[in-house]
Design a protein around this ligand. Structure first.
Ligand SMILES: N[C@@H](CC(=O)c1ccccc1NC=O)C(=O)O
Length: 283
């Protein structure tokens, strides 16, 4: 089938910007790579699959536990991408492959399309279940980076918890939802302008400063992300950077597109894997 996109819609169609393959092929290959990586991780780690954390059918976690024993066990929560509509935790365990070897626990979060909006509230249970780890880290890709940024921007006092997130990897994320309102992305979401504003991390930087003042934040974007996606990362980075007390870095990852920038976390030698391990003191 054939769909006409205007320029703004093209900017928000990551598959149209890959230099490696056609749009359809890059998405197929993305799903395959993530699924294979997740299967590999399930063979390597001890797993706790389908742990419920909320009321919704899709609100379940997969936990990848290292087989090594150590007192220093950081925990990474991974939030998958796919415009809050596609992908699931069944494709989200791949990054555990190199991390479990280094004694890191990985939690892949499943979420419902509508549930995504309430994830910050529900991650209350999540933060309680990880309170025994030596440090909590977030990693999100695309729409998942948006969710991770929202978690960093949450006023936790309302939930009587203090998750103390030590670091966050925000990979090819969306931080300002206003421009997607008029695009195909919003067709299933049906966000109003009010909802888009309330859920835009770009509007919540003062709250992030209050809630996540000691957090190490890496804003990563792909060399071949669309100009609009790259601008979203650059603008969010600049907004965070001008905030005193935060440790924020912008990573422009060479030779990557919107998809392989995250797929390659299955590889221990990949630049972003190394950075994440370093952030956790595990390199
Ligand atoms: N229409 C979007 C679709 C998309 O972003 C996507 C589709 C399936 C699985 C993942 C996706 N995006 C990011 O993870 C695109 O053009 O790439």
């Amino acid at each position: 089938f054939f769909v006409f996109f205007n320029e703004l819609e093209r900017q928000f169609s990551p598959s149209q910007w890959s230099h490696r393959m056609s749009g359809d092929d890059v998405i197929k290959s993305h799903v395959t790579a993530l699924k294979e990586g997740t299967q590999l991780a399930r063979g390597l780690a001890q797993t706790l699959l389908n742990v419920p954390y909320g009321e919704g059918e899709g609100e379940k976690l997969d936990v990848y536990v290292p087989t090594t024993t150590s007192l220093d066990v950081p925990l990474v929560i991974y939030l998958h991408g796919g415009y809050w509509q596609f992908l699931s935790k069944e494709e989200s365990g791949f990054m555990a492959v190199p991390l479990v070897h280094k004694g890191v626990v990985v939690v892949a979060v499943g979420y419902d399309i509508a549930g995504g909006w309430f994830l910050t509230g529900n991650s209350l249970g999540l933060s309680l279940c990880v309170s025994l780890s030596s440090g909590l880290y977030l990693c999100g890709h695309s729409a998942g980076a948006h969710l991770a940024a929202m978690i960093l921007s949450t006023d936790w006092s309302q939930y009587s918890v203090n998750p103390q997130i030590k670091g966050a990897f925000l990979v090819s994320g969306i931080y300002d939802l206003l421009p997607i309102l008029s695009t195909y992305v919003n067709e299933p979401l049906k966000m109003t302008e009010e909802v888009a504003l309330r859920n835009s991390p770009s509007q919540l930087v003062p709250q992030l400063k209050l809630s996540s003042s000691n957090c190490d934040i890496v804003v990563a974007m792909a060399q071949n992300d669309s100009p609009e996606f790259r601008k979203q990362s650059e603008d969010y980075y600049k907004a965070l950077e001008s905030t005193e007390g935060l440790k924020v870095t912008l990573e422009d990852v060479p030779n990557t597109d919107h998809f392989n920038i995250i797929e390659q976390l299955v590889d221990g030698d990949y630049h972003l894997t190394q950075l994440l391990l370093k952030m956790m003191g595990k390199s």
